[in-house]
Design a protein around this ligand. Structure first.
Ligand code: PMP
Ligand code: GLN
Length: 380
C-alpha cells in the first residue's frame, strides 16, 4: 500500500482547517438529513440496540433496501440472502473486489475513479484497466474502442460508478448497453457504485438506470449504494450490496473478517429514511440542482471553464482560462491565494495528463458558504 499515501480528501480537508479556508474539497454536506432518521437513531441508542447486529444487517434495513430497489428501479432483491449491509459503500466495494478477484485478475474501471477503487484493487492483488473519460464538446465521454480494448481473458469485473464522481457524468442507456454487452462477451461481473442514485438533475441527458436492470445483467451484478449522500449522513457509514445469493454469500465471507458488522443503532434509522415519501427524494435533488447552478454560475464568473454536471454533488472545471496549467499546484496554492479548497482531479487518473488542468468543487453546502467561496474565487 506504500504508493497510496494519504487520501486526497483527508489531505485537502486538513489544508482547509489549517488555513481557515472555505472547504469545497471533500464531499460532505453541511446540513443534517431527515429529522425522522435522526430521531430514530437516538431512539435506537436509548432503546438499547447497542450490541452486535445480525451479520447481514438488521432485518428492517434489509427490508427497506429491498423495497427501495423495487420502488425506484424495479429490481427484486430478497432481503434474506440477496442484501448485505456494510460499513458504507466503501466497504461494500472493497469486500466485493476481494471476494471476486484472484491475484492477477483484471478490473476494468473508468477514470477519473473514486480513490478507494485503485486501493481496493491493489489489496486484492488485482490489476486495474482504466478507460479514460475525456471531455468532448463539453461532456465527459469514453471511446468505445478503448473500452473494448480494456477487456481481455483476465477480466474479472467492471467497476462502474454512475452518476460519476468526480465528473458528474450520468452514463446513458447506450453507454450502459456497451458495458453490459462486454460483460456478457467476456463473462465478467459488474460492480456498480450508485451512491449518487438520487442525484440526477432534471436537465440530464439520461435518467439514472441501474446496470443490473439491463437484460442478462442482474445475475452478474453486485449493486452498491449507501445512506451517506442520499440522507446527508456521510459520517454514519451505512451502505449495502445487493446481488444474487451466491455473490452476496461470497461478499459476506470477506466482510465478516473486515468489520464483522457495523453501527447497529444507525441501521434501523436508515431504514426509516429509506421509507421517506417520494417528495423527500425530489426535494433533495431539486435543492442540489439549485446549488449546482449557483456554484456553476459563480465559477464561470470567476473565470473557470465549467463542465456542468448532470448528477452528483460535484462540479469539475478547467483552470486554463485562469492561467493554471496544473491542478495540484493550483489547489495547493488556492488557500493562500483566496481561502478556498478544491480537489485536483488528476489524482484520480492513471493518465495524469488527461486530468492535469481539472479541479473539482463540492456544492453540497449551504448557499451562504457557496456564495462566500465564489466571492473569494472572484478575487483570483
Ligand atoms: N463511491 C463514490 C463514488 C463516492 O463518491 C463515495 C463517497 N461518499 C463513496 C463511494 C463512499 O461512500 P461511503 O461513504 O458510503 O463509504
Ligand atoms: N465521496 C466524498 C468525495 O468524493 C468523500 C470521500 C472521502 O472522504 N473518502 O469527496
Amino acid at each position: 500500500m506504500r504508493p497510496f499515501g494519504t487520501t486526497i480528501f483527508a489531505e485537502m480537508s486538513a489544508l482547509a482547517v489549517r488555513t481557515g479556508s472555505v472547504n469545497l474539497g471533500q464531499g460532505f454536506p453541511d446540513t443534517d438529513g431527515p429529522a425522522a432518521m435522526l430521531d430514530a437513531a437516538a431512539a435506537a441508542i436509548r432503546g438499547g440496540r447497542n450490541q452486535y447486529p445480525p451479520g447481514p444487517g438488521v432485518p428492517e434495513l434489509r427490508a427497506a433496501v429491498s423495497a427501495h430497489q423495487k420502488a425506484f428501479w424495479g429490481l427484486d432483491y430478497d432481503p434474506d440472502g440477496e442484501i448485505l449491509v456494510t460499513a458504507g459503500a466503501t466497504e461494500a466495494i472493497a469486500a466485493t473486489i476481494l471476494a471476486l478477484c484472484e491475484p492477477g485478475d483484471e478490473v476494468v474501471c473508468f477514470e477519473p475513479y473514486y480513490d478507494s477503487y485503485a486501493a481496493s484493487i491493489a489489496l486484492a492483488g488485482a490489476v486495474r484497466r482504466p478507460v479514460t473519460l475525456r471531455v468532448v464538446d463539453g461532456r465527459y465521454a469514453f471511446d468505445p474502442a478503448e473500452l473494448r480494448a480494456a477487456f481481455g481473458p483476465r477480466t474479472r469485473l467492471v467497476l462502474l460508478n454512475s452518476p460519476h464522481n468526480p465528473t458528474g457524468k450520468v452514463f446513458t442507456a447506450e453507454e450502459l448497453a456497451q458495458v453490459a454487452a462486454l460483460c456478457e462477451e467476456f463473462d465478467a461481473y459488474a460492480v456498480t457504485d450508485e451512491v449518487y442514485e438520487h442525484l440526477v438533475f432534471a436537465d440530464a441527458a439520461a435518467p439514472h438506470v441501474p446496470l443490473a436492470g439491463l437484460p442478462g445483467m442482474w445475475d452478474r451484478t453486485v449493486q452498491i449504494s449507501s445512506a451517506g449522500k442520499t440522507f446527508s449522513c456521510t459520517g454514519w457509514k451505512i451502505g449495502w450490496a445487493c446481488a444474487p445469493r451466491p455473490l452476496v454469500s461470497a461478499v459476506t465471507r470477506v466482510k465478516q473478517f473486515l468489520t464483522y458488522v457495523n453501527a447497529g443503532p444507525l441501521q434501523p434509522a436508515v431504514a426509516v429514511a429509506l421509507d421517506s415519501p417520494p417528495s423527500y427524494y425530489e426535494q433533495f435533488r431539486d435543492d442540489l440542482q439549485r446549488k449546482r447552478d449557483r456554484l456553476c454560475e459563480g465559477l464561470t464568473e470567476a473565470g473557470f471553464a465549467v463542465l456542468r454536471p448532470e448528477g452528483t454533488y460535484f462540479v469539475t472545471a478547467d483552470i486554463t482560462p485562469l492561467g493554471g496549467t496544473d491542478g495540484v499546484e493550483f489547489c495547493l496554492a488556492l488557500p493562500e491565494r483566496c481561502g478556498v479548497v478544491a480537489v485536483p482531479t488528476q489524482v484520480f487518473y492513471d493518465d495524469v495528463d488527461a486530468g492535469r488542468r481539472l479541479v473539482r468543487f463540492a456544492f453540497c453546502k449551504r448557499d451562504e458558504i457557496l456564495d462566500e467561496a465564489v466571492a473569494r474565487l472572484r478575487r483570483l
